[in-house]
Design a protein around this ligand. Structure first.
Ligand SMILES: Nc1nc2c(ncn2[C@@H]2O[C@H](COP(=O)(O)OP(=O)(O)OP(=O)(O)O)[C@@H](O)[C@H]2O)c(=O)[nH]1
Length: 612
């Protein structure tokens, strides 16, 4: 079973942690908002500071006429086992103040630091912790006093500004409201009760505190209020007698004042029967008990919130990547893993898991055939050119039967044209592969955080692609050259037989004359054209095979092979450099890691307290 002190002490620790993290409960459900606190609310001069001070048991709040509290004061009370009391401001950590007059001065100075010396207000809180054996563990928030009119030097809006600020604290469902009303005023006019009723209509988190019981007119008493008849709250009203201004001026001791207060109730004919339920000390205990109850109820939801935040932070760390190992073996392993991840994505592009691979088929199916179709064979094999080439090949002695040399020259000349489209296919596939490398690097999630490695992989992959392109170019040129180096004999044998069959008698008669006529050269042209068409069909099929064999297949098989060899030879320092990250990202990671640690220790603390 957790003790009350450990529970509230735990809350104090978590709250301080939240504050350090800058988690003041801004947008959405923050840890801060999940934790209960106590806000002191009341009209000006209703006795707020006095109540707070007597709960704490020390004089430390700035006093003066008019509006004194101009910034919220978040006051955490920590009970210590003994030793000297001291106070510590969050804005000046590690500076222990033992002189409470200095605390009061620091509150005033820190208020001025934000608001200037004017009578302006600010909703930026001042955080103050008090460590003392004479307090119970509590978080109290002192708020500027509600007012009805602006005084000299204040803007007209101050009335609404204060109300809005106070409201922003007390409307939170986790805020316990200490509504302070002076007994010498009609409870019906109490600003504190009015606001509390608005934000907490059921009264379950409002504690009514009635101050200045000693200042009531003779013959009147506050029993109607204290016994809940005037205004009913779920919690009992607590009556208080604070030090009067005269007591303060005389520096009346706080402990002494508490004793006097207790005596006042015990000896009072009206309140004697309520004495054990009255006074500042009782109020402090009542608050602690209530807080314990509330925190106990909240533990499951606080834990849920912490766990949710831990999950979110873990997910965020996974997304931006965990810290990398420092020894070279692990670094090498990480680099190889990252390369493999890239390689996987790259292959998916080629194999159809991701788009892009189909563009290679597009080269073979459209680009290559279209380029082949556009080759200028019409011109090259025109009757005129055929005649020119054949005649040149014949030289001074025209051919007797068939222009063997002429045929060869015409065929060689035509086949050379195929080199253009073959080369173009090699280049087109090269650029597609290069683009896929670029895309794959961008799409490899794991690589995102390593810009240096990204560019090294890109450079290595492009180097390989360049080599594959050279190999491919050599191969397709060879395919074309092979067509020149040995012609298909079968084709010409068939050709030799065909014209005899088709010739009409007239042609036969005039065959000698025809041999050197246009018709003769046209026939040669058309024979060569038919042969070239056959070669074209062959190359249309074999060029894609060569390109895939040399470039696509190799890219899939061995894109980073050279890189792996190089990386394997690198020293630790170079490996570390390859894993360099964006400094902003590293900073972000360490921030998240810090938060994660904090939330985890908060969870451990809650666990240890909750199951004690
Ligand atoms: N006699 C007597 N005087 C009290 C009591 N409570 C407060 N006072 C006096 O009332 C004056 C105002 O009290 P504070 O505690 O400063 O009131 P406050 O609500 O903090 O005032 P602001 O900070 O100005 O809003 C002081 O002079 C106190 O001494 C009380 O119970 N009895």
């Amino acid at each position: 079973m957790a003790t009350m002190e450990s529970l509230i002490g735990l809350v104090n620790r978590i709250q301080r942690a939240c504050t350090v993290l800058g988690d003041h409960g801004g947008q959405g459900m923050s840890l801060w908002e999940a934790l209960p606190s106590v806000a002191v609310v009341g009209g000006q001069s209703s006795g707020k500071s006095s109540v707070l001070e007597s709960v704490v048991g020390r004089d430390f709040l700035p006093r003066g006429s008019g509006i004194v509290t101009r910034r919220p004061l978040v006051l955490q009370l920590h009970k210590t086992d003994g030793g000297q009391e001291y106070a510590e401001f969050l804005h000046a950590p590690k500076k222990r103040l033992t002189d409470f007059a200095a605390v009061r001065k620091e509150i005033a100075d820190e208020t001025d630091r934000i608001t200037g010396k004017s009578k302006q207000i600010s909703n930026v809180p001042i955080h103050l912790s008090i460590y003392s054996p004479n307090v119970v563990n509590l978080t109290l928030i002192d708020l500027p006093g509600l007012t009805k009119v602006a005084v000299e030097g204040q803007p007209e809006s101050i009335v609404q500004d204060i109300e809005m600020m106070v409201r922003s604290y007390v409307e939170k469902p986790n805020c316990i409201i200490l509504a302070i009303s002076p007994a010498n005023q009609d409870i019906a006019t109490s600003d504190a009760i009015k606001l509390a009723r608005e934000v907490d209509p059921s009264g379950e988190r409002t504690f009514g505190v009635l101050t200045k019981l000693d200042l009531m007119d003779k013959g009147t008493n506050a029993l109607d209020v204290l016994e809940g008849r005037s205004y009913r709250l779920q919690h009992p009203w607590v009556g208080i007698v604070n030090r009067s201004q005269a007591d303060i001026n005389k520096n009346v001791d706080m402990i002494y004042a508490r004793r006097k207060e207790q005596e006042y109730f015990e000896s009072s004919p009206e309140y004697g029967h309520l004495a054990h339920k009255m006074g500042s000390e009782y109020l402090a205990k009542l608050l602690s008990q209530h807080l314990e109850h509330v925190i106990r109820q909240r533990i499951p939801s606080i834990l849920a919130l912490i766990n949710k935040t831990i999950d979110e932070l873990n997910a965020e760390l996974d997304r931006i990547g965990r810290p990398i190992a420092v020894d070279s073996g692990a670094q090498l392993y990480t680099i190889l893993e990252l390369c493999r991840a890239f390689d996987r994505v790259f292959r998916e592009h080629l194999d159809g898991g991701r788009p892009g691979g189909d563009r290679i088929y597009g080269v073979f199916d459209h680009q290559l055939p279209a380029a082949l179709k556009k080759l200028p064979f019409d011109r090259h094999l025109s009757t005129k050119n055929v005649q020119k080439v054949v005649s040149e090949a014949d030289g001074y002695q025209p051919h007797l039967i068939a222009p063997e040399q002429g045929y060869r020259r015409l065929i060689d000349g035509s086949i050379t044209y195929f080199k253009g489209p073959a080369d173009a296919s090699v280049d087109a596939v090269h650029f597609i592969l290069k683009e896929l490398v670029r895309k794959s690097i961008a799409q490899t999630e794991e690589l995102k955080r390593f810009p240096t490695l990204q560019s090294e992989i890109a450079a290595a992959a492009n180097d390989s692609l360049e080599k594959f392109r050279e190999e491919s170019r050599k191969t397709v040129v060879r395919l074309v050259d092979m067509e020149s180096s040995y012609l298909t004999v079968e084709f010409f044998r068939k050709l030799h037989l065909e014209p005899e069959k088709n010739q009409n008698p007239k042609d036969t008669n005039n065959s000698n004359i025809d041999r050197y006529s246009d018709n003769h050269f046209r026939r040669i042209g058309s024979n060569v054209n038919a042969y070239i068409n056959m070669v074209c069909d062959t190359l249309r099929n074999s060029i894609p095979k060569a390109v895939v064999y040399c470039q696509v297949r190799e890219a899939k098989r061995a894109l980073l092979n050279n890189f792996y060899v190089q990386v394997g030879r690198r020293e630790k320092e170079q490996l570390g450099q390859m894993l360099d990250e964006d400094p902003a990202l590293m900073e972000k990671r360490s921030q998240i890691a810090k938060r994660l640690e904090l939330y985890k220790s908060a969870r451990d603390e809650i666990d240890s307290v909750a199951w004690k």
